[in-house]
Design a protein around this ligand. Structure first.
Ligand SMILES: Nc1ncnc2c1ncn2[C@@H]1O[C@H](COP(=O)(O)OP(=O)(O)OP(=O)(O)O)[C@@H](O)[C@H]1O
Length: 289
């Protein structure tokens, strides 16, 4: 894929993000056989039913963005896609999440294998206190790979658009890299174990605008090979990079409990130009959130 359109990055004077802010001009791939099919998903933290009744499909080799105001459940839903919620005491899911048609929460499913196939990149770059090389080689080594590590490291760093910047200092500490480089290293680390899906939870929120655009370019390139789901606070970012967008909001139930839910899920251009729900319209117009 190539980057073919670098139109305006900002919204219009109404504050609304419109389709001409979409930088990457490509046809939206179909949902095909969805990679994930989420239906009737609710997530509890203890007794608190924090996210309710989410239905969502994630198509292969495309970028799905999750947007919405703070606390609407974006990260919670993202974590259900690779069972990271299992690691949070008191968290449990209700409803169904299938991965290629298989129940992701089925008794026979190995969560470790799930997290290998469905990798995650976090808000704050979190390289290990090791060399650049050892960060990337870490996952393959744990999987028992002994031969061909050099090739895996080079290929992963190349795919993460970092190889040229680090090829002469692979033994240097990962902490010697800039924030943006560290985040690309974390993406290389995720790629090194050969995943199908990369989940990204606010991957640019700790980065400056230049480093952010680099990661966005990278996401776009990676989407030809990987399925990407990104949580972002940044509407322009969702409009720029994603094929489909899920808009979540937070509400209060009759008992006064706050909860998150999915309002609308559609192609990104539709969400940002003619959303079908007034709450989406209000959010993308900057009227709340
Ligand atoms: N580990 C946790 N323990 C208890 N409650 C949690 C936990 N993580 C999230 N929650 C609650 O679940 C709800 C959704 O939170 P979540 O972090 O998923 O929302 P978000 O949309 O990603 O928010 P933000 O944009 O601020 O990161 C919130 O009410 C939050 O307090």
């Amino acid at each position: 894929m190539s980057v073919s359109n670098t139109a305006s990055l900002s919204g219009t004077e109404t504050g609304r993000v419109v389709p001409d802010t979409i930088r990457y001009n490509r046809e939206v791939p179909g949902l095909g056989d969805p990679v994930f099919d989420v239906s009737g998903l609710s997530v509890y933290y203890g007794d608190n039913k924090a996210v309710r009744d989410v239905d969502l499909k994630v198509g292969p080799r495309q970028i799905t963005a999750m947007i919405g105001p703070s606390g609407c459940g974006k990260s919670t839903v993202l974590r259900t896609l690779n069972r990271m919620n299992d690691l949070i005491p008191g968290a449990r899911v209700e409803g169904e999440v299938t991965y290629h048609g298989e129940d992701l929460y089925g008794p026979e499913v190995d969560p470790i294998e799930v997290r290998r196939r469905i990798g995650m990149v976090f808000q704050k770059p979190n390289p290990f206190p090791k060399s650049i090389y050892d960060n990337v080689a870490f996952g393959p080594r744990i999987m028992g790979v002994r031969n061909g590590l050099d090739e895996i490291v080079e290929e992963s760093l190349t795919k993460a658009a970092l190889w040229d910047e680090v090829k002469d200092k692979l033994k240097a500490s990962a902490f010697a890299l800039s924030g943006g480089q560290q985040q690309r290293l974390c993406i290389a680390r995720a790629i090194a174990v050969n995943p199908e899906v990369i989940l990204m939870d606010e991957p640019c929120s700790a980065l400056d605008p230049i480093a952010t655009l680099k990661i966005e370019d990278l996401m776009y390139e990676l989407a030809s090979e990987y399925t990407i789901v990104i949580v972002t606070h940044n509407m322009q970012q969702a409009a720029r990079v994603s094929d489909r967008t899920a808009f979540f909001t937070a509400g209060v139930d009759d008992g006064g409990d706050r909860y998150g839910s999915l309002v609308e899920f559609d192609e990104t251009a539709t969400i940002f130009s003619k959303p079908s729900d007034q709450r989406t319209e209000d959010y993308i117009s900057g009227r709340f959130g």
